[in-house]
Design a protein around this ligand. Structure first.
Ligand code: GTP
Ligand code: MG
Length: 195
């Protein structure tokens, strides 16, 4: 999809604020600072529409980006962020869980992991949780520009093994810097939204 039109229509803290247009939604999840906003910007061809930062945990709401009046990207607050209070974290947790398990419009989730390292325990829990609820999930290993091409296969195997992925579970390598993987991510999204 060649995106011309995009608008952040809602930063929601409660289900009552979710959009009511009925467009299909694709959720983006991953640890703070993994590159969710950067991936969003690449997909929508903008340099800095979704706010990126070197300060983890900036995104604290469910952000609905309306794309081409056809779908939403929903940027989900990063998990594993230690600096917010326990109470605040529980509040986010409930909101995220409700969104991911109860939202009819949700067609799939893109879970980002840092392509430079083995997935963390939080990454593993998140992925197993998505599998448990049968939520169609694409793993995107990002920041791949930081990895030498010669070791990318090894890194891919490590991620698959650590997340305990099945052979037919989908994983793509991505870089917001070089835009590697952009077309493949879009293909996955279009398949999920049936466009
Ligand atoms: P929160 O909203 O805080 O949860 O973070 P996020 O997941 O949205 O991460 P964000 O996109 O803000 O990126 C965090 C940092 O990683 C920024 O400094 C980005 O420039 C950098 N980054 C993201 N993707 C890539 C990538 O593919 N390659 C490289 N080299 N850096 C990246
Ligand atoms: Mg972000």
């Amino acid at each position: 999809m060649e995106v011309q039109e995009v608008e952040l229509v809602m930063s929601a803290v409660a289900a009552s604020q979710y959009p009511t247009t009925g467009y299909p939604e694709i959720g983006l999840v991953g640890r703070s600072n993994v590159g969710k906003s950067s991936l969003t910007n690449v997909l929508i061809n903008r340099k800095s529409y979704a706010r990126t930062s070197s300060q983890p945990g900036k995104t604290r709401t469910l952000n609905f980006y309306e794309v081409e009046k056809q779908l939403y990207f929903v940027d989900v607050p990063g998990y594993g962020y230690a600096k917010v209070s326990k109470k605040e974290r529980e509040k986010f947790g409930v909101m995220i869980e409700e969104y991911l398990t109860q939202r009819d419009q949700l067609r799939g989730v893109i879970q980002l992991v840092d392509g430079r390292h083995a997935p963390t325990d939080d990454d593993v829990s998140m992925y197993q949780w998505l599998r448990y609820y049968h939520i169609p999930t694409l793993i995107v290993a990002t920041k791949i520009d930081k990895i030498k091409p010669a070791v990318r296969n090894r890194e891919t195997s490590l991620i698959r093994k650590t997340l305990n992925m099945n052979a037919d579970d989908e994983l793509l390598l991505f870089s917001a810097q070089t835009k590697l993987g952009k077309d493949e991510v879009w293909q996955w999204i279009e398949k999920k939204i049936g466009g």
